[in-house]
Design a binder for this molecule. Sequence first.
Ligand SMILES: Cc1ncc(COP(=O)(O)O)c(C=O)c1O
Length: 423
Amino acid sequence: MKRRSLILGGIAGALGLGWLLRPGQRGADHAPYFQDLSVALDQAGLAKPSLLVDRNHLVENIQTLMGHINGRFNYRIVAKSLPSLPLLETVMQVSGSNRLMLFHQPFINQVAERFPQADVLLGKPMPVAAARNFYRQFSGGVFDPASQLRWLLDTPERVAQYDELATALDQPMQICIELDVGLHRGGVRNDEQLVTMLEMIEASPKLQFCGFMGYEPHIVKLPIGDAIDYRDRAMAVYQYYIDVAKGVLGERWPKNVLLNAGGSPTYQMYDRGEYPFNELAAGSCLVKPSDFDLPTLADHVAASYIATPVLKSLDTLEIPGIDLGKVQSLWDPNRARTFFTYGGYWKARPESPDGLANNSLFGRSTNQEMLNGSRKINLQPDDWVFLRPTQSEFVFLQFGDIAVYEEGAIVARWPVFSEQTSA
Ligand SMILES: Cc1ncc(COP(=O)(O)O)c(C=O)c1O
């Protein structure tokens, strides 16, 4: 054989092999669940990007959570991950808990007004000016901040600031101390810091020590090592600080001490055994955004979606300029079709129809997002596309009222937390 034919044969062979390595065709039209959601959205007259919560799935998740906790600990609802008053109300009713963890000053005011029976713990230390704004905006009523609101403080400096504020406002304040039990996101890191803070709180006529918060999501997220080991190490640190504080306070150790730990990724790590805390916090697992698709949450179900209308449906893929769209779709059958959606670029990933993908060559858009799919996907303009939020705390706030889905219909609209503009 001549050398030239050998080379040509080689090239043809490589091309043939390359062709065989093309991605396989995926994709399908909406499964019945998403068809039902689509019908419900149409019947409710919705026609813009919407955040949807499946009420039955939400209730199922609350029951799953309460089944694991099984009365061994109190349950505190992480409100930032469920940022809507009626959503929180549902969780409070089904779980029987009035304990909320909050992370944002305007939301504390809204909760104090709407849930006068709530017990509120801050999930992060707030600038003292934010605390001042809370009291300034608090309109009074049944909620008693002196007994129902627990500020989270992390350093002696912050204790001094809150002491000054409490004195200036003549306002008694409950103080919870943040512990670093291994996450290294702040909080008390040594005995000296803890003892100083406790002594300052003891010396203050207005501040009262009410307990600890030690958050430990790292125990299930570290790439190397064993989660049980990390859990036990975190709990040993937690216990150590309890012992230090009991040494300082003696008889004055609070009768109803609050010892908070946990979060969605870790709460199932405490199904069995003895632990130093008496309260577990969790929120995200009740709506289960995709970042919470974790082995420790395998028995929770997705309960929230973004639904958005398809604006345009094309039987091709075209990219402006040197049109690499044809090459892309020739290579990958999952890029045969193009859909543009109403809005996009959320912290979310396409869920249904199965097989949709963003196109990094075309780019992302918050206005009209391009999605590609195979010829097995027959979306038409005005059909719905469903995405799963990767997280709830910020994403839920971007769509106005939540559309609440239950058994084939949108049964309610739940307003989300709003930012208050007054200082
Ligand atoms: C202090 C604290 N506790 C608990 C949680 C757990 O929240 P979730 O259950 O929504 O993950 C968080 C989340 O950031 C947190 O910061």
